[in-house]
Ligand binder design. Sequence first.
Ligand SMILES: Cc1cc2nc3c(=O)[nH]c(=O)nc-3n(C[C@H](O)[C@H](O)[C@H](O)COP(=O)(O)OP(=O)(O)OC[C@H]3O[C@@H](n4cnc5c(N)ncnc54)[C@H](O)[C@@H]3O)c2cc1C
Length: 396
Amino acid sequence: MDVCMNFAEEVSQWIADNCPDEMFTPMPVIEEVWGGRKEQFVNADAKVWLERVAEQGWLAPSWPKEYGGAGLDSDQVKTLKNTFKTLGCRPALMSLGIWMMGPTIMEFGNDEQKLRFLPDIAAGKTRWCQGYSEPGAGSDLASLSCKAELDTETNEYVVSGQKVWTSYADKSDYLFCLVRTDFNASKHNGISVLLIDMESQGVSTQPIRLISGASHFCEVFLDQVRVPAANLLGEINHGWSIAKRMLEHERKMMGQSDLTDNYNPVLSDFAKRYQGDENGRIADLALRDRIANNEIDIAALDLTNLRIKEEIKAGEFPIASTTLKYAMTLAYQDKFELLLEILGNKGLGWEDLQSFLTDEERAAREFAFSKIQTIGGGTSEIQLNIIAKRLLGLPD
Ligand SMILES: Cc1cc2nc3c(=O)[nH]c(=O)nc-3n(C[C@H](O)[C@H](O)[C@H](O)COP(=O)(O)OP(=O)(O)OC[C@H]3O[C@@H](n4cnc5c(N)ncnc54)[C@H](O)[C@@H]3O)c2cc1C
């Protein structure tokens, strides 16, 4: 306990010495930082903040130091996160690379790959996207057909095919790409994972617009793209288990309520502010009841999440990430339905946001975004199938 207290003090002091003043203010959407070679910092202080946090290894605090992390244990990571949150500083970076690809490369990559890719991910210098879904392969992912053939003369894979719904592909530096390397094997057995530089000749992207107004999705076209064999992750034709492991990381990430601390409105505070405060309690009894239920659901899921982390520490990788993803994404939708109700016309900000406060301006877009959370990372129906088969042992 004392060790954690000392560490919390150390972190607080470091933040006081290093966090630029502006990074203590709520973050407008356009100032989010996702890193990578194409990052354009809207706020110059965000760049300073990113570099300082990265230098501490605190963007990926649990990763070993040799891979750009800080080698912290899980209690220290918790203390670090809580201290950042309590002091109200902005997250320095949002990163699929840190949440999903990095841990998978750490587990399946060889030493050369780990040293080549992980430090840049941990420093926010490269941004990654996930090349899984294809026009003919979504829920039934293993039927993917993007093809890779080894050119034995140059020791390169030649990749041709199309990916779809690839989040942030147009802004990313690397594609974590599932390819079919054996068309004769059964569908789960002929898949491999290639780590593809988005600058490679033959890679192109086309953005797709979402109902939230943003267009973080892309189609990715791969036309005779040459990928060094050194970028094959794991064994040839054994990529399916790697693909599933990264999905577990993705679902674990989606099963957290405070992934980025970026926009995490406390409904009870909003309700008191916008719908009336009666002696420190939400005035409307019915609303109070609904908010309490939602906050209890999310708190219970967060505690379950902590339990899962302990299980992972003990060497297990439980299926609970699927259950949590399923439950948390529904609770998240419920939360943003409630938020819009509470805010009334202050929750309708979309464009021309001058008349909205920073914590009002994101509500409508987050509400719309919550609707797609039960699809991304595998739909809710697919999560229920997995739970039925793998957790409950029900027949196919
Ligand atoms: C926010 C978001 C981000 C995403 N980011 C990425 C990304 O970065 N990279 C990437 O590769 N993909 C990404 N996707 C794509 C996502 O993984 C797919 O949309 C998802 O797996 C569903 O596939 P599909 O869209 O082809 O739907 P389909 O598979 O065609 O499914 C259509 C409907 O049928 C249901 N269904 C299908 N099969 C079954 C079954 N066996 N049992 C019961 N119901 C079934 C589904 O639940 C769904 O309701 C993203 C999607 C979203 C929404």
